[in-house]
Design a protein around this ligand. Structure first.
Ligand code: 0X9
Ligand code: ZN
Length: 418
């Protein structure tokens, strides 16, 4: 493997310096994808927030070690700020190692790499959803929330049985981040469980009859399709509008407020030109707004699935304060209680999302801040240590890792009616 491994022996505390050295939007536009490097950094507490502020892409963390993708400008800034960082490898080289040889890349366009065919492409996903709707027409309605930048429809599944009268609603969203393909399988698993299990599985039947279950299996199909283009993983996170917007920094609550996103279009955490500048976030927003009936938001609970880290996260992400003017102590406690209970069922670690690192313009903040929807982020398998590989865990993990969240999903459905 052609790869240098070097450690810069410097102090870590200067990460805060970096925040001033690299204000959002001030990064040189020389950071092309081909030059990105993967680094391990030792940082805790405020250092983590400064890291997020620098616009690097945080892949995961284990203890005090954080794995990030940094472009050359960001890496230089980190070095200049005396950050202790270890170069693990070149982003593209690591990806190439992960990807099998493809004899004719064009033949494999828009397909998952060999061995990972069990993951669903956008076309396959659409087909499975259409079949589920046809096979279970008594309880399933398939529609969409709108279109992506490239014109793909963003599918919306509604599962509900019995009478439609005034039932509490829950929403599950997946795949805001392109390369987090396991999450699309998570949403698909929810659809399959609550359709195939209807009439035979008692818990499933009760929830379908007493709730409206909404599922958006892929918020970012353009990005997901790009990520597998040529039958090779591209390590892509954002949508495909211009240089890409990080959809989970584009929501209109405290958008860009707090150094938890980047103003540089080349950054992996680019927040977009304004809140909801991405058609994908706008589409989901319009749908959620439309669920306000007679002044009352019908959707009560929400989980947004991501990979990876095995975490249950709750708002807010833009501040480390537990309470704010939009979050009373009682509300914060409910998040904590429900989040902790969910985490007990799947073995994830429960925490306020800003404990991990600061984000602004994320989906949970908007869902709660705008609509008082009890909104969580789940970071799925693996727990840590995956680097880029963590996003591509292998198809054998689909079944166990999606089933692993059944009980937590049930808690979200239960809490919708609480
Ligand atoms: O950074 C994100 O958008 C999420 N992590 S991911 O690795 N899937 O990109 C985490 C969002 C949760 N919010 C905070 N950590 N503040
Ligand atoms: Zn994510």
């Amino acid at each position: 493997m052609r790869m240098t491994r070097r450690t810069l022996s410097v102090t870590a505390g200067a990460l805060l310096l970096l925040a001033t050295a690299a204000p959002a939007g001030a990064q040189a536009p020389t950071d092309t994808a081909g030059e990105r490097g993967v680094y391990e950094i030792t940082a805790t507490g405020d250092d983590r927030h400064a890291l997020a502020r620098s616009g690097v892409d945080v892949l995961g963390s284990s203890g005090e070690t954080i794995t990030v993708v940094a472009n050359p400008a960001q890496a230089r800034q980190l070095e200049a700020a005396d950050v202790d960082l270890t170069h693990v490898g070149d982003f593209d080289e690591l990806l190439a190692e992960r990807n099998p040889e493809v004899s004719d890349p064009r033949a494999a366009a828009d397909e998952f790499p060999e061995g990972d065919e069990a993951f669903h492409t956008y076309d396959q996903l659409t087909e499975v959803l259409e079949t589920a709707a046809a096979d279970h027409s008594d309880i399933v309605e398939l529609s969409d929330v709108g279109e992506t930048h490239e014109g793909r429809t963003i599918p919306l599944v509604k599962i509900s049985g019995g009478s439609d009268a005034d039932k509490p609603e829950a929403l599950f969203t997946c795949n805001q981040h392109a390369r987090e393909h396991l999450t699309t399988e998570m949403c698909l698993h929810i659809v399959e469980r609550f359709t195939d299990g209807y009439g035979t599985d008692e818990t499933v039947t009760e929830f379908v009859d007493s709730r409206e279950i909404w599922v958006i299996p892929t918020v970012n199909p353009d990005g997901a399709t790009y990520d597998i283009s040529g039958g090779q993983y591209q390590g892509w996170r954002k949508n495909r509008q211009h240089q890409g917007t990080d959809l989970n920094r584009n929501w209109g609550y405290e958008w860009g407020c707090c150094g938890g996103s980047s103003g540089s279009p080349t950054s992996d955490t680019y927040r977009g030109t304004e809140a909801f500048s991405a058609p994908e976030t706008t589409a989901v927003k319009n749908f959620v707004d439309s669920r306000v009936v007679d002044g009352e938001q019908q959707i009560k609970t929400h989980i947004d699935f991501h990979t990876y880290g095995e975490l249950v996260l709750w708002p807010f992400g833009h501040t480390t304060d537990e309470t704010t003017e939009d979050m009373t102590e009682e509300q914060a406690q409910r998040f904590q209680q429900v989040g902790t209970e969910m985490a007990e069922t799947n073995g994830y670690t429960p925490q306020q999302s800003s404990d991990l690192y600061i984000t602004d313009g994320d989906i949970n903040g908007w869902m709660w801040g705008e609509h008082n929807i009890l909104s969580f982020t789940f970071e799925m398998y693996p727990g840590s240590g995956g680097g880029l590989d963590g996003f591509y865990p292998g198809a054998e993990h689909i079944e166990p890792e999606t089933q692993r969240n059944d009980e937590a999903v049930d808690i979200a459905l239960r809490e919708a009616g609480a």
